[in-house]
Design a protein around this ligand. Structure first.
Ligand code: FMN
Length: 197
């Protein structure tokens, strides 16, 4: 099917929601303030609105701010030590959570279900991450979804007292944008990523 791709300006103010979504971007440099109680509640409520087959809500959020960031860094450093990482890496991971005033570790706990696969349940938790990031952005904050080797590190799972079936789907760093990062341009031709069946 032949379609014109540039005949509609999605960032047009007459369509503020699509404009917001199309100008969405992450932010690496974050400072205080972190989302405060009322805003954090909205962010968590949005997470719970993620598409969820049978509304299982087989996920939870481990929130770190203030001293919690230090504790998370220590747990990451302990995990790196257990995994025989170099001193340089151990030092570096200890400081990772301090890159933002709030870090939310999103944990999916897929359970056996006749209709909802483990993958579905993990994808649901991942959708919750994006819901949180978008809601934070709408409230004037921003953040970045991070992963890395620690996501699968058994040693970190133990440090966080996770169960064997738990899976970390991301570390969402949240805060107030420190610099105005360049907003990436929307894809010029979204149909380059599609196929018609
Ligand atoms: C599951 C997942 C894991 C990611 N892990 C990292 C990461 O560890 N480090 C990183 O710099 N970006 C990571 N990213 C990408 C960033 O979150 C971000 O999307 C990327 O920097 C592109 O910026 P944008 O969101 O403004 O387009 C990850 C994204 C996803 C979806």
């Amino acid at each position: 099917m032949d379609r014109k791709v540039n005949d509609f300006d999605y960032t047009n103010q007459t369509n503020p929601v699509s404009g917001f979504l199309l100008s969405r971007h992450s932010c690496h440099q974050l400072s205080a303030p972190a989302p405060q109680a009322d805003h954090l509640e909205l962010i968590l409520r949005a997470a719970l609105k993620a598409p969820d087959f049978q509304t299982l809500r087989n996920y939870r959020f481990l929130i770190a701010e203030n001293d919690g960031l230090f504790r998370l860094g220590q747990k990451m450093a302990n995990a790196a030590r257990t995994e025989n990482k170099t001193n340089e890496i151990i030092r570096r991971v200890a400081l990772m959570p301090s890159r933002a005033p709030m870090v939310i570790t999103i944990v999916a706990t897929p359970k056996k279900n006749k209709h909802v696969s483990a993958l579905d349940q993990i994808l649901c938790a991942a959708s919750a991450v994006l819901m949180m990031q978008l809601t934070a952005l709408s409230l004037g904050y921003n953040g970045i979804w991070r992963s890395g080797w620690m996501m699968q590190s058994r040693a970190l799972h133990q440090e966080l007292h996770l169960q064997p079936e738990d899976q970390i789907v991301g570390f969402l760093y949240l805060g107030t944008p420190l610099t105005h990062e360049k907003v990436p341009a929307p894809a010029t031709d979204p149909y380059a990523y599609t196929e018609w069946l």
